[in-house]
Design a protein around this ligand. Structure first.
Ligand code: WTA
Length: 653
């Protein structure tokens, strides 16, 4: 494991002393305005979360709150509830059936307004269709859909009948989809004919066919018609959504499910080539995401909330689907990219729907900075009152630009730190209470306890940097890695026994503010997307001309990190621009376009330790052009010089 990255970033942050207290008018009306919430949760953690859990609707009330058998937690274990009932029926019964759940905006400009009643109807029909296709409580369902209303409806339909689902981001390849289907043993795959991307069509059905052919367990494909082009069809196996779902009854009883029933699996990259299936369950997860969504985004009546992530990532699960719907929020759901048809699309959407809360990633903000404020200035963003950031560290310049240019200087910013494994936001300001500093995620959420520790696990004094650990369980925490107890214990609980090791470096300043500094393991963050270096390496090595590869994340002004691959070819091959292009495409085909290396550098050798381990840290320093650290453990020091003198000859986009 490497030491926390970015000493230069640290120096920059050390000088950041601007601070922004909550605006007076904001604080007075905030959902949380009593600072006593921190003490209350600290004094009585279980009481605090039980109170939050009771804001949900339980079929069978819980009597136990937390059972902690390290490293496995159970929350509200003897209670029973249903997630879809909490996200839909509850609001309809309370008289909010006509409230908009989603203002859906399609990429080509088509749009749909979906009320809570309509979403309930769609969900129930889909749930009945799942049953008609043989899906029962406990069976797994894979979902590979673009950002269309059928996606949240399919997730909720699974939740309604208790079939754990796994959503696979529609940008992933057939191969990536197949491996997730195999691991989860899904029997049904819900997909679409295609998805729109910048005016073109992504052939989702074709990818789904390839994946289903490779995977062992798929019995049926349920296919939404979105793009309407001709698609291959397997009679008997494939079923059109508009034929089967539309014909179903809009009534479907919600199963009463134990709080610890598995709600979904979400595959995420770790430090090996195989993604891990993160397990999330029902009662604690819904409590965690509903509470954090309401309090951190300060959700009030009349708000229009927009989380611009993709539902294929955890941010979309927790803060497009489950948190907002549990809270009865009105959200925007947008299918496309920020620059289609023009670079002002987001601002147009905000003006059109009068969005009041925007939640997005620093990469997007930096991209908008690069495109220039003139695109923003074309639209009235006066409806905005709160801004959020997630997925990667936000640099102070981007934070300040976000505040001024998007937020008009009046909107508080919540920089929210969390991960797929945590299920919910863990480090964040509460916008009515906490004075923010640009670039700092500030403090843990009430009841959450973290520490910053050194190699030995000792707490680092204020002002110091180290590894971020989480000290006690929280309701939305993962319940393990699917079918892999050993990997779960090793990955998160062995580095600092008894404490959850997040994999991030962090600094705590003199006032205790937390500054997240990025991953300290072999996980990269490309535009906020999590990709493992080893996954890209193994894709490269699977190419017949590649002997060896080492992949690192190189600092990038826009995407945070960009994929930089050092490649050694098998003898008899020469590096060339054409081969570089071929290798980059090869990776995109085997994982997905998000994993396509930005730069490939051919090198005759790679720096290794005497025991044969590739020294990625050295390569990272070379790629980033910083002074090299300790090279004394190198088996052959001349390799570094060779690579250094060759660097700059890498080929890029
Ligand atoms: C990073 C995304 C700095 C971090 C929700 C973490 C952040 C990884 C922040 C998890 C933030 C997320 N500041 N870094 N506000 N939020 N990260 O699983 O490195 O896709 O470990 O979940 O994103 O990525 P994941």
């Amino acid at each position: 494991m490497d030491e926390p990255a970015g000493p230069r970033a640290l120096e920059a942050l050390a000088t950041e002393d601007r601070r922004f207290p909550p605006p007076a008018g904001f604080a007075d009306r905030a959902v949380v305005s009593d600072p006593g919430i921190y003490d209350r949760a600290e004094r009585d953690l279980e009481g605090f979360w039980a109170e939050q859990a009771r804001t949900l609707q339980w079929r069978k009330p819980f009597t136990k709150v937390l059972e902690w058998d390290l490293p496995y937690a159970k929350w509200f274990a003897d209670g029973e509830l249903n997630v879809a009932e909490n996200c839909l029926d509850r609001h309809v019964l309370a008289g909010h059936g006509d409230r908009v759940a989603f203002h859906w905006e399609g990429e080509p400009g088509d749009s749909r307004r979906i009320t809570y009643r309509e979403l309930q109807d769609l969900t129930n029909r889909c749930a009945n269709a799942l049953k008609a296709l043989g899906v029962r409580t406990g069976d797994r369902v894979a979902i590979y859909l673009p950002m269309i209303p059928e996606l949240p409806a399919a997730m909720l339909a699974c939740a309604r009948i208790g079939a754990p689902f796994t959503v696979v981001f529609a940008g992933f390849s057939a191969e990536a989809l197949a491996s997730r289907i195999d691991d989860s043993e899904a029997k049904l795959l819900i997909t679409a004919d295609g998805g729109y991307r910048k005016g073109g069509i992504v052939p989702l059905k074709k990818n789904a066919d390839d994946a289903a052919a490779r995977a062992r367990t798929i019995e049926h494909l349920l296919v939404v018609r979105r793009t309407k082009q001709a698609v291959p069809w397997t009679e008997g196996r494939d079923v059109w959504w508009h034929e089967l779902v539309d014909a179903q009854s809009p009534e479907c009883p919600a199963e009463s499910l134990p709080a610890e029933h598995m709600l979904y699996l979400l595959y995420t990259s770790g430090t090996t080539a195989t993604p891990k299936g993160i397990v999330h369950t029902t009662g604690g997860y819904l409590t965690g995401v509903a509470t954090t969504h309401r309090t951190i985004f300060d959700l009030r009546a009349g708000d229009v909330y927009w989380c611009a992530a993709d539902i294929g990532w955890v941010t979309g699960h927790s803060y497009i689907v489950f948190g907002p719907l549990a809270n009865g929020a009105t959200s925007v759901l947008y299918e496309g990219t920020p620059d289609f048809p023009d670079k002002d699309r987001w601002w147009q959407v905000i003006e059109k729907y009068k969005v009041s809360i925007l939640y997005c990633a620093p990469t997007a903000i930096r991209t908008f900075m690069k495109w220039g404020a003139e695109h923003v200035a074309k639209h009235d963003l006066g409806s905005l009152r709160l801004l959020g950031s997630v997925g990667e560290p936000i640099n102070p310049e981007a934070w300040l630009w976000y505040r001024k240019t998007i937020g008009g200087g009046r909107c508080p910013i919540v920089d929210t730190w969390w991960m797929t494994e945590t299920g919910m936001i863990l480090i964040t300001p509460l916008p009515g209470l906490v004075t923010t500093k640009p670039g700092s995620a500030t403090f843990p959420f009430p009841g959450v306890k973290v520490d910053v520790v050194d190699e030995s696990g000792a707490s680092v004094p204020l002002g110091g940097a180290g590894y971020l650990v989480i000290e006690r369980p929280w309701p939305a925490m993962l319940r393990g890695i699917y079918k892999d107890d050993r990997r779960y214990r090793e990955t998160y609980w062995s580095r600092f026994p008894g404490r959850f090791f997040a994999g991030d470096g962090a600094k705590r300043d003199a006032e205790g503010y937390l500054w997240l500094m990025g991953r300290v393991d072999d996980v990269m963050k490309i535009s906020g997307h999590r990709i493992s270096t080893t996954e890209v390496e193994s894709a490269l090595v699977s190419h017949p001309r590649v002997a060896e590869a080492a992949v690192i994340g190189r600092e990038d002004l826009i995407t945070g990190q960009a994929i930089f691959a050092f490649v050694t070819l098998r003898s008899g091959n020469e590096g060339s621009a054409a081969l570089s292009l071929e290798l980059r495409e090869h990776v995109a085909r085997s994982i997905g376009a998000i994993a396509r290396p930005k730069t490939i550098m051919f090198t005759p050798d790679l720096p290794k330790t005497r025991s044969g381990k590739i020294m990625r840290r050295l390569l990272r320093d070379i790629a980033n052009g910083v002074a090299l650290g300790d090279t004394t453990t190198l088996a052959d020091a001349s390799v570094v010089e060779m690579i250094r003198s060759a660097s700059g000859s890498g080929s890029e986009d």
